[in-house]
Design a protein around this ligand. Sequence first.
Ligand code: FES
Length: 582
Amino acid sequence: MSKPAPGKPSPQSPARGMQRNLANYGDAGFSVFLRKAFIKALGYTDDALSRPIIGIVDTASGYNACHRNLPDLIEAASRGVMLAGGIPVPFPVISIQESFANPTSMYLRNLMAMDAEEMIRAQPMDAVILLGGCDKTVPALLMGAASANVPAIMLVTGPMLAGSWRGEKLGACTDCRRFWARYRAGEMSDSEISEVNAELAPTIGTCGVMGTASTMALTVEAMGMMLPGGAAVPAVHAERRRLAEQTGARAVAMAAENLTPDKIMTPAAFRNALRVLLAVGGSTNALIHLTAMAGRLGIGIDLEGFDKLGRETPVLVDLKPTGQHYMEDLHRAGGLTPILRELGPLIDRTCLTVTGQTLGENIDAAPPSWPQDVIRSLAAPVYANGAMVVLRGNLAPDGAIIKQAAATQSLLRHEGRAVVFDGLPDLAARLDSPDLDVTADDILVLRNAGPKGAPGMPEAGYIPIPRKLALQGVKDMVRISDARMSGTAYGTIVLHIAPESAAGGPLALVQTGDRIRLDTTGRRIDLLVDDAELTRRRAALPPLPTGDGRRGYEKLYFDSVTQADSGCDFDFAVPEIREWVG
Ligand code: FES
């Protein structure tokens, strides 16, 4: 077999493999010659280097236990690539784990998306396998891949198994909050909470409830960017490695088919993903991430359209935090496919997926569903009224969200007195003070916790119940903010108020003692203060924060991040919105 000579690609065919994305020396032939010289230092033959090249994004990190099985998955995916005749080339992209990112993982999501986009675009690869799992990593990788528009397929690390404490099943991170709330209320000792701490994440993998990681995995599978069955298989299960091998093989075929993200991530595919977000009672964060992912392809997600989907789509999946089961139970129940089958006509079966088949063809090819108690029917849902509701009103002109499925139902229509915290430091300083003037009927207000305000829109919307009330047994109150909330949290919590207070939103005008009315049925959140008084208060506000005096990534972030209703992406990364989902 004659060796292919290094040099320019044939003018009849687009650049492939090692010929793609050449370093620019002004001489393409020399660029290939030099590239091959260096990669041969890794021991490759010319024959190997003539094969389709499949990049594999490696997001392993010593700080990221959610990605601890990355080495195994890369090995299995590489095997699949080689069995299909390609060459796997792993490469690093930054990794973000929720509890190891200061100030927040959301602050770094767009940096990871830029890293992924530019490294996919810069290096030679005919397709790319996106390996992620922890909350922000999946949307970041797909935002980058969508912008690079190289054939891409997602493989997640998979959920962790549930733990057990004194006979009680538990897992990160819904039970982290539940037990911490009990500890704050004086119901648990130091040694007991320490025992729980050791059981909350008993294996590697992503949080084992319907948090953001699980929600993103399921919505991305529904969108068609992951192999069928890829979302729910536990991280430690042998099936996860088999999925990795199959993903590797499929990536080689996708390269030959030039099956790029723009052919899969269509408005109809995002509508399917939003349906699944609602049907699984998923994380509110996923709405921001799906909006950001869609934006990269010029697709807008209309909040009223999302609310309409919510009115039509009940919660079918009985998982924590809204239900009782864990991701390992959803896996045993069949994963996403039975959910899609149950949604039936609410799902667009014609959408193309990474298999090269439509979503409907994938559903039909899967094994028949079996009796189980995790996924309910449309006729007998877990929650009939839609997991999430979009709110508007004089407090949220550009929208806010509440996960009503995870709320105290009697609080969904509530009027109360505002108790205002001016930011996270103020919250930390006063929340647990015995002198705090607060009752269970009040509405806790947190501001300066949005995309710019904190910065990084922390998951601080789950404002803890003030200690004096927690000690009285208060479990829930209406809480409102421009922050986000962990997908694993629960309560009557209004989130993502836009515009945020640090961008001039009316949340900045609220004063302790004002009356606020939440009317989830009417889709309203209103500050009951007359316009003249609000105008007077606005005139007295200090100037809004600016990017002046900041440097580096912080300046880029502050100057460019968009509001929650636009996905909190960087404005310069989003092309013109040409189509809307709604
Ligand atoms: Fe990584 Fe929850 S902390 S998925």
